[in-house]
Ligand binder design. Structure first.
Ligand SMILES: [Fe+2]
Length: 388
């Protein structure tokens, strides 16, 4: 027992609550920053959340520059253009404001302004051509969606403008100095995005909970994240201005990302394939694929799934773990339906002719390597067919 040495920690400082973004100016001044660069995506500029954030900053006397040329899948050339702009405007700190793309771009930018050159040189998948050196500038992340949890992560997913290939840049130095969770910023998030990003947060909790890596603190956080999604996602979808539901969904999203430092599983491999092959929203892809992946993992993960069933309110007293796990699968499928998402790939724009390509692509994705039950390409195809 306990012969393997495990290493874990939870270092990100967080400000949480309505109006939290008004404390950003104070944080920056304590860190001696006088000119932050706000990194955001073009789609956010016209939203009420963006105006609200800027008004909050201005009210507290903050001055800043804005770089808003970030795509939904941030590209290496955009990070390089942001680095040139950071230099030109003599900025000294970075604020990632938006969804996962804006926050990932901000984290990659922090690497590039210190380490220079091309962001692809820091691709973590091969041996990086260059090692990331610090210290990085002060980095703050402020999410306007509740799903990716990038505000507490140490990685950024970047796309190559040349060939659309995605690569990761990862380093503990990329963990933001401050995560600001202000639920007021998420009240305008449309129903589909609330549901899909919320199910992404749920999938992070679920997949990390059953991944075989030893991390008891992550397991406890994942279970609580699941509980929060079960309790609040439907309310956030049906009553978008409900601050309590919005706030707890932000916390669930953060918990999911803290938990998945344990790693993810087969659901994310298939979801990544669905985004690459069919252009499907990541959260929607996870929502549809979770129940069939749970069925595949049923025996291996029965104790943890049985515990999940109780979180959904199932009285499991007289049930075996397998019976309770089957109930948990049904509860997850029911949650997908209740938040208004399609339950099958066939109803989400996927064509039957794409299923083989999906299995091929999913098999190449590394996430399934930490699925509780190993997956062959044929196993992934069988799961995809069930989800179809
Ligand atoms: Fe995800």
């Amino acid at each position: 027992m306990f012969n393997d040495i495990a290493e874990f920690g939870f270092p990100t400082s967080t400000l949480f609550g309505s109006g939290a973004l008004k404390r950003v100016a104070q944080f920056l001044s304590e860190r001696k920053s006088v000119m932050p660069l706000i990194v955001t995506d073009a789609g956010l500029i016209s939203t009420a959340a963006f105006k609200q954030a800027l008004d909050g900053f201005t009210e507290t006397g903050m001055v800043f520059h804005i770089f808003s040329h970030i795509s939904p899948n941030p590209m290496d050339t955009e990070i390089e253009a942001a680095a040139a702009y950071f230099e030109e405007k003599q900025c000294d700190s970075i604020i990632g404001l938006g969804g996962g793309s804006a926050m990932d771009a901000a984290k990659a930018l922090a690497v590039l302004v210190v380490n220079q050159g091309k962001i692809a040189n820091f691709d973590a998948s091969n041996k990086p051509k260059k090692m990331i050196q610090g210290p990085l500038p002060v980095l703050i992340c402020i999410p306007t969606t509740s799903g990716t949890g990038s505000e507490v992560g140490r990685c950024a997913v970047i796309s190559s403008a040349k060939d659309s290939r995605k690569f990761m840049v990862c380093h503990p130095l990329m963990m933001p100095d401050l995560a600001v969770l202000d639920p007021d910023l998420t009240v305008g998030l449309p129903g589909f995005l609330t549901a899909a990003t919320g199910m992404d947060a749920f999938s992070h909790c679920l997949e990390s909970l059953v991944s075989p890596v030893f991390h008891p603190m992550c397991d406890a956080i994942a279970l609580h994240g699941i509980e929060l999604v079960v309790k609040y996602l439907e309310t956030a979808c049906n009553h978008p201005k409900n601050i309590e539901a919005r706030g707890y969904m932000q916390l669930a999203s953060m918990m999911g990302a803290v938990a998945f430092q344990k790693d993810l599983g087969a659901t994310h491999s298939i979801a990544h394939a669905l985004s690459a092959v069919c252009g499907m929203h990541h959260g929607l892809a996870n929502a549809i694929c979770m129940p069939p992946v749970m069925k595949y993992n049923l025996e291996t993960s029965q104790k943890k799934y049985a515990k999940m069933a109780t979180i959904f309110g199932v009285d499991t007293g007289e049930m075996t773990d397998i019976e309770a796990s089957e109930k948990a699968v049904g509860c997850v499928a029911d949650l997908v339906k209740r938040v208004g998402l399609p339950e099958k790939l066939s109803r989400a724009g996927v064509d039957e002719s794409q299923l083989d390509a999906l299995a091929e692509t999913a098999f190449l994705d590394p996430c399934h390597q930490t699925n509780p039950l190993p997956c062959t390409k044929a196993d992934l195809l069988a799961i995809i067919k069930q989800a179809y």
